[in-house]
Design a protein around this ligand. Structure first.
Ligand code: DGY
Length: 315
């Protein structure tokens, strides 16, 4: 009997969308560990015709060449900066992603980080837990009022717009910068003007060669003194070393769901700063959202394997 064609999924996914892969007659291999060392990825991908990677897996030409029959890389993410798209194109491998479904969850986490930084929630929790809370004081843990603050959104795609809607509910004034102005009820500003005038800057652009280190030392220092930086997009958008400097005096704080490197090594200077609130890339981590992401990734994968145009193509 001819062996079944293999589909490799690099992590267990929430929900039961993966069952459909087996139901269609493919041999499903799911990596059960939390980590997938590169050497293991290179071995496991051998013989695969389909691959569902996470943002943690770097899918470069070397990986693709281990699987000459690979037809589709169905990313379990909206971001595709972890895949060498040119290499995939050159090999005729389709690449797909999961746009739209994680917009609201990511916008929610952006607001969670904003509230945590602006109102010093993590510091407050630590303070109480350590038994330091002995009295109410008018000057204890003073933060930034959101009502009336200006939120500058960099990248006004789906997630940027979902953040803007939430910010309006908090009484914030929204301004934005993106590649081109859009028909939106918010003022469009050149990036430098947005940085100079916003109390909070939130990044929502994809990581590309053009946006890498978008927030370099010069731009971080061009932010308003006492402002907050939020990044729920990609760590590579920010110069980490320069951010550490900016957080020591220039900025009020930063809320980061993504970092560079990611994850940060234990003891990294960012972890020692009380005004940096860091979460482990959980922007899309609502259970229903992650289940839907699995359904979409599987639908994209099966479409390609069955000879159809996938619903969410990138390449
Ligand atoms: C994405 O989808 O790109 C997120 O970073 C992970 O869900």
């Amino acid at each position: 009997m001819k062996p079944k064609s293999k589909v490799l999924v690099t992590r267990r996914l929430p929900g039961n969308a993966l069952d459909r892969i087996q139901e269609k007659g493919y041999h499903l291999e799911v990596h059960e560990g939390f980590f997938l060392p590169r050497e293991d990825l290179l071995k496991k991908v051998e013989g695969a015709i389909g691959l569902i990677p996470t943002v943690e897996d770097r899918i470069e030409a070397e990986v693709m060449d281990r699987a000459p029959e690979l037809k589709v890389i169905a990313c379990y993410s909206v971001g595709v900066d972890h895949v060498d798209l040119e290499a995939a194109k050159a090999r005729g491998i389709r690449v797909t992603h999961t746009p739209g479904v994680l917009t609201e969850a990511t916008a929610d986490l952006t607001l969670a980080l904003l509230l945590a930084v602006a109102r010093r929630v993590v510091e407050g929790v630590d303070y109480a837990r350590k038994g330091l809370w002995r009295a109410w004081h008018p000057e204890l843990l003073l933060g930034l009022d959101l009502q009336g603050a200006t939120l500058g959104i960099v990248g006004m795609g789906r997630i940027g717009q979902a953040v803007a809607k939430r910010a309006e509910a908090f009484g914030m004034k929204v301004v934005y910068h993106s590649r081109t102005p859009k028909p939106l009820p918010y003022p469009y500003l050149p990036l430098e003007e947005l940085l100079a005038t916003s109390d909070i800057v939130s990044l929502h652009v994809p990581l590309t060669p053009e946006t890498r280190r978008l927030m370099d030392r010069k731009r971080l220092l061009a932010m308003k003194p006492g402002a907050i930086l939020l990044n729920t997009a990609r760590g590579g958008l920010v110069d980490t070393e320069a951010l550490v400097e900016a957080l020591n005096g220039h900025l009020f704080g930063a809320g980061l769901d993504v970092t560079d490197p990611e994850p940060l090594p234990p003891g990294h200077p960012l972890y020692t700063l009380l005004n940096a609130v860091i979460t482990p890339h959980i922007g899309s981590a609502g259970r229903r959202t992650r289940e839907r992401m699995a359904e979409i990734a599987v639908a994209n994968l099966l479409a390609v394997l069955e000879g159809w145009e996938p619903p969410n193509p990138v390449v």
